[in-house]
Design a protein around this ligand. Structure first.
Ligand code: FES
Ligand code: FES
Length: 151
């Protein structure tokens, strides 16, 4: 089925099965591989992308559901070659180890700061709770979101 997806500010024509997941189309058809496959069941947060500004599990969303929505992946967070405040804060805090969860964390943190520019520590923990990190980098990720909010 031919569809047009709006991803990272540009329209992309794809010809894919209607029930393909948004995650598979982003990775396999658009080459946006920063969005990770983890559990495939909405349980780990590795595949999160922004859909109209909210963090959404792209492994659970079918590509036809994504039509007419504004999709942003981690590749779309930086502007004019400059890291977004959240990306910059994660880098400065060293808020990653293996990095597998980092894309999803960046998306959750970005969505949080869009709806609440000065979140409480509890709000930050709640926002990052769906993002599983096997390396246990939660403390640094929380500090990074605090840093991003302060800037
Ligand atoms: S891969 Fe989508 S939530 Fe785990
Ligand atoms: S940094 Fe390795 S899973 Fe989070």
């Amino acid at each position: 089925m031919k569809l047009t997806l709006r991803v990272n500010g540009a329209d992309h024509d794809v010809d894919v099965p209607r029930r393909a997941t948004l995650l598979s189309v982003l990775r396999d058809d658009l080459g946006l591989v920063a969005t990770r496959f983890g559990c495939g069941a909405g349980q780990c947060g590795a595949c999160y992308v922004l859909v109209d500004g909210a963090a959404v599990a792209s492994c659970l969303m079918t590509v036809d559901q994504a039509v007419d929505h504004e999709i942003v992946t981690v590749e779309g967070l930086a502007q004019d070659g400059k890291l977004s405040p959240v990306q910059d804060a994660f880098a400065r805090e060293g808020a990653m180890q293996c990095g597998y969860c980092t894309s999803g964390m960046l998306i959750s943190a970005t969505a949080l700061l869009r709806r609440s520019s000065h979140p409480s520590d509890e709000e930050i923990r709640d926002a990052l709770a769906p993002n599983l990190c096997r390396c246990g980098a939660y403390g640094r990720a929380i500090r990074a979101v605090q840093r991003a909010a302060a800037t």
